[in-house]
Design a protein around this ligand. Structure first.
Ligand SMILES: [Zn+2]
Length: 372
């Protein structure tokens, strides 16, 4: 686990560097032979590989002197047409040396020199952007590579920079005033309490409070205690219908009769009471979408809570339902932003309701295990 994480961290840092090396190096090759002393990070095939591939695509001959830690590049062009395209999502702001040059897709001529090209703000694994670097004298050769490495830290720093204030789901029900700059920030802890804790710490370091919903399979009393102590909200990520169906084997949505619905409601009330007893006061709950829900085509919210008065369940509201109608909803379900948030954040299309799953951001944690 440790070594895999370490490797991920190294690869992550490297992908972050790729763009700098790519553009800088390709464009800088205006003399027949140049030598670059390798930075300390270049020490194995993982690092040399993309670097070499890119340069070779640019028409260079690259040799790597292991002993002297030196890369030699021969031949190359001195002017490139930089064409930036993005994977599915368009309109990502592109910066060259911190200067905004436009939104993707776009073209830019770069002359000899070193450039830092960033597609920002950073997204994450599910929304990797690609950069295509095409040498003018080798039109048929294209290089496609991930543009940047991204983290939850970057995401938060960006929303702070844009002037947004995240709130918890319970704050909404407690009538905390909202503006266009409000973000209801919610997390469904589907897989790992450990990742949720890491995310909570990253938020706390920035004075952000959000809502964490734990499944019975991810509850961890120690983690919940810590997350609560940071001021975050903790609630139940309920999957009552899925549990019931696994036990009783509902064939289809038609099997959810009024009697079944009554049973589900009383089961959920019991679960909420249990959760409070074990983990402390809880104000809101969030429905979990299990495979069983997909099979039945019915959410827990729809089967149980829709039309119900949350007060009858000992809570003040639910994370689904009418709340979402008051906000621009965005999520990272399946590890892919839907919709891609940054243009909307920049265009002030708020207030927002953002659902983020700690598991989808887990690899970015490994980059910053020391300081949240
Ligand atoms: Zn879930």
């Amino acid at each position: 686990m440790v070594s895999r994480r370490k490797k991920n961290a190294i690869l992550g840092i490297l992908s972050g560097l790729i763009i700098l090396l790519v553009v800088g190096s390709c464009v800088a090759i205006s003399v027949p032979t140049i030598k670059i002393h390798a930075p300390s990070l270049i020490f194995n095939r993982y690092t040399i590989y993309p670097f070499r591939t890119i340069l070779e695509h640019c028409g260079s001959v690259v040799t790597w002197d292991k002993q002297r830690h030196e890369i030699t590049i021969q031949k190359g062009s001195n002017s490139f047409n930089l064409s930036i395209t993005t994977d599915q999502i368009q309109g990502i702001p592109i910066y060259v040396d911190n200067k905004y040059i436009g939104k993707s897709p776009l073209q830019k001529r770069l002359f000899a020199g070193k450039y830092e090209v960033v597609a920002r703000p950073a997204g994450y694994a599910g929304s990797i952007r690609y950069l295509t670097l095409k040498a003018e004298d080798a039109k048929d050769k294209q290089i496609v590579l991930p543009v940047d490495q991204h983290s939850y830290q970057d995401f938060l720093d960006e929303i702070i920079r844009l002037g947004y204030t995240p709130i918890r789901v319970m704050d909404y029900y407690n009538h905390v005033p909202t503006t266009k700059k409000t973000i209801v920030l919610r997390h469904d802890v589907d897989v790992s309490a450990e990742y949720a804790l890491k995310m909570a710490e990253i938020e706390q370091a920035r004075g952000i409070k959000s809502s964490y919903y734990f499944r019975w399979s991810t509850v961890d009393p120690e983690v919940i205690k810590k997350i609560r102590a940071m001021g975050h909200e903790v609630g139940l990520h309920y999957e009552t219908l899925a549990f019931y169906s696994e036990e009783i084997h509902l064939k289809s949505a038609q099997d959810i009769t009024a009697a079944v619905q009554q049973e589900l409601r009383s089961r959920l009330k019991f679960e909420i009471a249990q959760f409070k007893q074990q983990f402390g006061e809880m104000y809101t709950i969030a429905s979990h979408g299990a495979d069983e829900n997909i099979r039945l085509g019915v959410t827990n919210y729809k089967a149980i809570m829709e039309g119900e008065n949350p007060n009858d369940y000992g809570i003040i509201g639910t994370a689904y339902g009418s709340i979402t109608e008051h906000f621009t909803y965005m999520s990272d379900v399946g590890g892919i932003w839907d919709p891609f948030p940054y243009p909307k954040l920049e265009n002030n299309e708020g207030p927002f309701y953002i659902l983020i799953h700690p598991i989808h951001w887990a690899t970015s944690y490994s980059l910053q295990t020391q300081s949240p």
